[in-house]
Design a protein around this ligand. Structure first.
Ligand SMILES: [Zn+2]
Length: 160
């Protein structure tokens, strides 16, 4: 495999940083969400494996409420709004993103089967709004609805 050219859209430092690691910890969007959750006095675990034998870690987990939160990078996880298949080294990137998406769907299914509520957000989503939704779910005040995407759910919050 030759040198990998970073796609042209990844021109910002943040985008480059987020691409350096597939499932990186402590990304800026994740830190912002954690900050807002902390401000709401919610107690959570970071990089927590809900099913230890599965060896997949939720970015944020509420163990008592059994809620697992993932903040997915727009590039690595194929965000429908921001992912554009790179023209350079497409044969390198495309299978990686496809594998990640398949694993995300599988992780969600396995955690749900084990009784966890799985919440997936894109890194581009507003962390304040996401924190509102996570708080409502953790406190048992949200109305969860299935969406067309099998590993995502929409959430109706009181007053939202
Ligand atoms: Zn996105």
């Amino acid at each position: 495999m030759g040198p990998v050219t970073v796609p042209s859209w990844a021109s910002s430092d943040a985008a480059r940083r987020s691409m350096q690691s597939n499932r990186s910890r402590d990304t800026a969007p994740e830190l912002a969400l954690r900050h807002h959750l902390h401000a709401r006095r919610l107690r959570y675990r970071v990089a927590y494996p809900p099913i230890p034998s599965l060896r997949r870690t939720a970015d944020i987990a509420f163990t008592r409420a059994r809620v697992a939160v993932f903040v997915d990078g727009c590039f690595w996880h194929g965000c429908p709004e921001h992912y554009r298949a790179p023209t350079l080294n497409a044969e390198y990137w495309a299978p990686k993103v496809a594998r990640n998406q398949a694993r995300d769907t599988d992780t969600t299914a396995q955690l749900r089967a084990a009784g966890w509520t799985v919440l997936r957000y894109w890194e581009h989503e507003d962390p304040w709004t996401v924190a509102d939704m996570v708080e409502a779910v953790v406190r048992g005040k949200a109305d969860l609805r299935r969406t067309a995407q099998p590993d995502r759910i929409s959430i109706r919050c009181p007053g939202g």
